[in-house]
Design a protein around this ligand. Sequence first.
Ligand code: AMP
Ligand code: MN
Ligand code: ZN
Length: 879
Amino acid sequence: MDSSKNKDCSNTGGQKSIPDTTEEDNPELCPGFKDVDAFVKHGLGAVLSATKASAGLPQVGDEFDFYRSFPGFQEFCESQGDKLLLCMSQIMQHHGCRSHLRDRSKLTGLEERFDLVVDSNDVILERVGMLLDEADGVNRTQQPVMPAGFQPPKVVVSSWNRKGSSSSSRSETFKLLHAKNVPRPQLKFKEKVDNCNTPFVPKIFIKPNAIKPLPSYFSNKKIRKERPEDLDVPAALADFIHQQRTQEHVDDMFAHPYQYEIDHLTVTDSLLSKPEPQMYKALAETKLSYIDTLDELVSLNEKLCKLHEFGVDLEHHSYRSFLGITCLMQISTREEDFIIDTLELRSEMYILNESFSDSAIVKVFHGADSDIEWLQRDFGIYVVNLFDTHQASRALNLARHSLDHLLKHYCNVDSDKRYQLADWRIRPLTEEMIHYARSDTHYLLYVFDLMRAQLLDFHHGQPGLLQSVWNKSKDISLKKYVKPIYTEDSYLELQRKQKKSYNTQQLTAFRLLFAWRDKLARQEDESTGYVLPTHMMNKISEELPKEPQGIIACCNPVPPLVRQQVNELHLLVQQAREMPLLKAEIVAQKIKGLTPVKKPEVTLFGPHDTSRVSESDVPPFLSGEMPVKQGILFSEETTVAVDKLTSLKAKPKITIFEEVVSKKAEDSLSGSQMKARRIIESFDNPFRMYLPSDVHVNKNAKFDPNSKIFEISKRWKLQSIEHQQKEMEAKKKAKEEERKVTEERKKAKKSYQESLQDVATVREQAAESGKAVGKKRERVPSDVGESTPKVIKKAKPPQTEAPSANSFTPFDYSQSQLKVFAGGAKSKDDSQFDPYRQGHGSKKKFAKGPKSNPGAGNRSMSYMPGRSNRGFRHNWPKR
Ligand code: AMP
Ligand code: MN
Ligand code: ZN
């Protein structure tokens, strides 16, 4: 054993972690090395030597026992072992990982220590990935803050990240957006958030300004809250009654509570005639009130009820919540600005319905589409008599329709939209945030005046265009909030948007991951983008990693819930991998990459992990499968053609570093980006020495599966060649058996089959794939030999597969409940509303016009038409 080499390696690793090397602008970073490249080269060389040395250790078993009988050897091993453990501990500590590798008393066994190493490797690799991304221009450090990959449009996100705020320092800006330390407002909500997979039912329970009374379902608390189990009747009867009642109210439950009022709203002449624009007050001279108590809210409402118009806007947060949370409401009158803390007053906000549903008061919004939904969802507030300046902007055909453009255009105000994506849950609000929020409504009424005038001028005083804006606004106020409902096909909708063609296994993975993240997001009240961003879900589906670490490697940064549940995810991916591929897919894959069938996978592997090698090395057992020339790595051939090797060499690599950069893009890279690229390339595979390239190729090629590396890898509990071969052999046998059975069955059913159209389809498919493969088809001998298109749609993989796969997994997955998702299983709670069952029916019913309501007797619960002068405080029923 070359101990000096080992020491060399340990020093390198101990002093400087690999990620640090990306900080090129600090020459002191790698003392004794002229640049990062030299340092990296040296580092890789040292790692190589160390690995070689470890491969040279006596093998476990007789050989080792024999040497160990010499006290000198024993002593040497112990001291070197301690040194290595110290070195590893130091590296782990350096990265802030748990490390008591040396503390033998605290650890029961190798297994636990192994876990420590695996965890640390994950942490370190993740950090490397992040730093390389950063060096490459992808600034990840600020990304988790934003709903990146979750909320389009990305441009806004990045522009926010890039723009330096003049008023606040960089760190302040970061802090402002940093969502990590913000307490979850949900915890304070009096009424818990309802994320269940059931359609949204309006929150309204009292209807001010009603022309048509509120259906009894909403106004009668008893009906709403009564549960079948509360009834003093036998259970079966209770269920029946409950069902009947629900059925009876289903129309009302999903109707827009103010549909009738909005439908019958007529724009008054004064609102259709040219106004005298009323200039806004200067911000500095305008009173600003921060409303966060019920009393303040009530008096605000009373104030609003006396007005003819006011401007409204909302700020919203959607990253750390499943449905989203309205965090702030801004209201501006001609005289005053108000900022309402809707996190604090969430359960009381409905009070404002008196002014918001008053048809005599115009509510001016800019781009109200989302606001209308958020108001319903969080507060049960409905808007009657809306004017949307965004719609006006469209009608006027302005250059751009954003609020900042309108403010510039009409008020010559430079607004700063950067705070739009701030984390609005933050309390207390910063001054900048308050300023931003306030200016979102402050100018709105003046803009409303100007736009109305302009809309009339546009049509030479004819109200047509203005009327159309009122109508468009009406349509928006009629929007109904629709809760995201998970169905068995939801994933397809998203998958189609990805514009990626997935094979059966990949699509299965996508489906399972989609179900997993939906369930978890609802459960934890997080956005799906927080649980697992779609681009990571895509990556995992594409790669189908074999190991849990591979899943981690697909994610950068690793979402906390992914890390927490990586074993469940691993199980899902495994399940997907067990799906049989369609023949066409097998063929397509071969044409694409000349790769084995089970190819797409994360190839993150340790230096002692020979599983990669064995994967391509193991002879094909799946029918029709024939990988690239087998056995090259371990063949006895000493002269291996270079081109063969390069094709192999390209395959195994760590995909965490895979950053698709087109050739063209590469040309336009800056100096530092090029440097980052080079570093990335040098990290393409730090374990390149294990691949058939350069000097190591031939040496490694001579190694057989019984080599020392193999032995070590077994000790490290990584998948060995032998095991995989056994597994494959078992698979082969099972396949063969299955094939026989299928063929027998086929013979028996042949006459039937031929009369079925299916056969034609299958045959066409076979013929087509034959065409498609062309010359390459000869690479697939089993294809040629096949006379019948068989097992194309095999339902299940051979049963022998599962146990063999499991024998590698130290975790007990049998306890996992995730199988629930396997077939998009029905909700176990049958009493729950089934969105699919009732969805269409109720939708159809919405379309019906207002129907005569039998429950007119409930009028007393509703407000009569006309303005209410009653003291508000006393008339609102307590919730
Ligand atoms: P605004 O209407 O500009 O006041 O925006 C209201 C809320 O919508 C903000 O608080 C954000 O939560 C959200 N929002 C607005 N624009 C975007 C965007 N481009 N991307 C993501 N969220 C947005
Ligand atoms: Mn808005
Ligand atoms: Zn806003």
